[in-house]
Design a binder for this molecule. Sequence first.
Ligand code: MG
Length: 388
Amino acid sequence: MKITAVRAKLYKWTGPVKTADTIFATPVSLLPFQKDSQAAYRFFSWLVVEVETDNGHVGLGNAGLCPDVCKQIIDTKLAGLLIGEDPLNSEYLYEKMYRSSVAFGRKGAVLAAISALDIAIWDIKGLALGVPVFKLLGGRTKEKIDTYYSRLYTRDLDSLQAEAAYYKSQGFSGMKLRCGYPLTEGKAGMKKNVEMVRVVRETVGDDIEIMLECYMGFNFSYSRQLLKELEPYNLRWVEEMLLPDEIHSFAKLKQYTDIPLSGGEHEYTRYGFFDLVQAEALDIFQFDTNRVGGFTEAQKICTLAQVHGIDIIPHGGQMHNLHVVMSSFASPMAEYFPQTEIEVGNEMFWYIFDGEAVAENGKLQLDDNKPGVGLTLKTNTENFTIIE
Ligand SMILES: [Mg+2]
């Protein structure tokens, strides 16, 4: 079997966007002079790759960052490395892409582009062998996948309560909210962030896990104080309090709190996660398979995490992460972005692919008999402009 074509397709959303009421802290929101600190983190396009073989298999992958740049990287730097190669040699092909781009790559968009191709290559392996990818990664380690509901974007406390109550009633045993008030709002903003957590805890009771997302929006001293204020609310974790490069500040923060700290959705490759392990910076790793280096790299990071007692709870749900969760004892659960109107961009995959697992009673199931990743492209693309 040989790879004969690589196509990178940019899906640009042209449909309606709900923009109201989605404010949360970001890395930009602690700077002065900001009118819209979320602008850099909204995205309304998605990069899909198709890798085709001489015997008619088409593997599908997608990149989790910077879709327009990823398309350029694939078209100009990576696609040519795969043509004529056997997709069953996935380990070699990952290494070929990584080593060929290391001078300008190693992290960020280049790794997201490599991830998309690696996911497509594993999809081909599953299609060619007639088994789902999770069976190639090690098989079933759980009957179903526990999942936590990830949304609660609103700052309005009544809406927050209503949404939390609804998703508890839908069977989710955990849910994650966002810090709605940036560091620049000082003590008063911190108080409001804590108030949001308090309201959700009071709404769902003690038996539901609550997680808090900080999206890299704070610094060390703010984080230290916020963790102290959050202690009464029994959080499962607090996520990405600092910038991804502030590894040693994460490690220091851990000395001041019993609340588990999570991160890693903006970290890359086994090398990046080894540094986090060495620094004892985090309790939970949240890589996304479509950023971190695909299945090839995700599998290695799972082993690394397992040895060090760190949980893997990937960013973002989606099938590529669910195969990893299903096949690893390091991974107790998955994130779940529900299908909603397009609001911040991370819901868009529901509108591009058929075959994404839908939560039932807060749990997800993968089909033992569906080969590959299990996705196909939707035929109705009326709300997209597709650039090939
Ligand atoms: Mg996150």
